[in-house]
Design a protein around this ligand. Structure first.
Ligand code: MRU
Length: 352
């Protein structure tokens, strides 16, 4: 399976090693993050990206931020934990896994506050590693459920990268494809290149080729034609945040794909772990959408492709309304035609 996206090296005084995804597919470069600032920059500049991977990075970043602190007492240490968490939370706004992981780390710090400082730091590192390990299992489970939707001879369209690179191991949308492939099904993939940062071209195409899965790269604007030609059996994408009613934020262009899928009677599925749901946000209107520098459109990868000084608008995500979604695949099963009630029931069932 894919190269490790992110891992902790050593003990409490150790560091994070991550695959710099900005360099793919040209170079397989690993970088070491030894402090919270380097991790913040890695998240912000998409060296590590994809909602679950961002969550893992934030949890490990929190350990980096407190590992060297010699607080005189526990209260001071807990204040430092909060401070580092608040700082890391500013790295990117949309993927809720970032906030979910930081909240979990803060909760653990408070629950383990009776421990001596060194043990408390070890407890935080254990939790960050647990978040990563759980994500591996979650991805496998999403894959198993999603594979049920993939026929014996099936072509899947996907957008951005919701694969092993975006998680601890196997991905969400791509997990369904890997799982079906492992079951011996004949699965082909069409990947949108995903302007402006080309996660589909640089990452999904690379990752699927490494895994030996048949992949055809298309321009984002070719998706309508490809669907009208009957080449696509199912669309499966990931998500960065899913509101309580099922409205799902994902990479810019996903909403448009859902409309195209509806027009062409192609089922449209979102694959995401329960940690990507934001049940405190009732609808997609409340999901913060990251806006990135217009340079990503006009001068992507250092090549100027638009006049200097042109006005730009560069939202990194959009929200697909729940009524355009055929189902949401989680580690606990599939929520068909998601509604607030269907999602609440799914969570209740998951807690049993
Ligand atoms: O800006 P990115 O590359 O972090 O955007 C990633 C996506 O939109 C993914 O589809 C999403 O995070 C799901 S990853 C399993």
């Amino acid at each position: 399976m894919p190269v490790p996206t992110i891992e902790w090296v050593g003990g409490v005084g150790g560091h994070v090693r991550l695959l710099d995804q900005t360099k793919l597919p040209v170079e397989r470069l690993f970088i070491d993050c030894k402090d919270a600032e380097t991790m913040w920059e890695a998240i912000r500049s998409l060296r590590v990206r994809g909602a679950p991977a961002i969550g893992i990075a934030a949890a490990m970043g929190l350990v980096l931020g407190v590992q060297g602190k010699n607080a005189p007492d526990t209260d001071t240490f807990l204040d430092e934990v909060e401070e580092v968490a608040d700082y890391l939370a500013t790295a990117r706004p949309t993927a809720v896994n970032l906030f979910w992981a930081l909240d979990r780390m803060k909760r653990v710090a408070h629950e383990a506050a009776d421990l001596p400082l060194d043990d408390l730091k070890q407890r935080l590192l254990d939790e960050a590693n647990a978040i990563r390990e759980e994500d591996r299992a979650v991805c496998r489970s999403i894959g198993r459920h999603g594979a049920e939707l993939i026929g014996e001879d099936c072509t899947v369209l996907t957008h951005c990268n919701a694969g092993g690179l975006a998680t601890a191991d196997y991905g969400t949308a791509l997990a369904c494809i890997y799982s079906a492939h492992e079951q011996g099904k004949s699965v082909s993939v069409f990947a949108d290149e995903t302007r402006p940062l080309l996660q589909g071209a640089r990452l999904t195409a690379w990752e699927l080729m490494e895994a030996g899965i048949d992949i055809t790269l298309i321009c984002d604007s070719a998706a309508a034609l490809v669907m009208s030609q009957g080449k696509i059996d199912i669309v499966i994408v990931g998500a960065d945040r899913i509101a309580a009613n099922g409205d799902a934020a994902n990479k810019i262009g996903t909403y448009g794909l859902s409309l195209l899928a509806g027009e062409h009677d192609v089922p449209f599925y979102v694959a995401a772990p329960l940690s990507t749901f934001d049940l405190a946000t009732p609808t997609g209107d409340g999901i913060p959408i990251e806006e990135r520098s217009g340079d990503e459109i006009t001068c992507g990868f250092g090549l100027r492709t638009a006049p200097d000084g042109v006005h730009t608008y560069c939202p990194a995500f959009d929200v697909t309304p729940a009524h355009h979604i055929s189902g949401i695949i989680t580690e606990k099963g599939i929520i068909s035609y998601p509604t607030t009630k269907g999602i609440a029931d799914h969570f209740r069932e998951a807690e049993r």
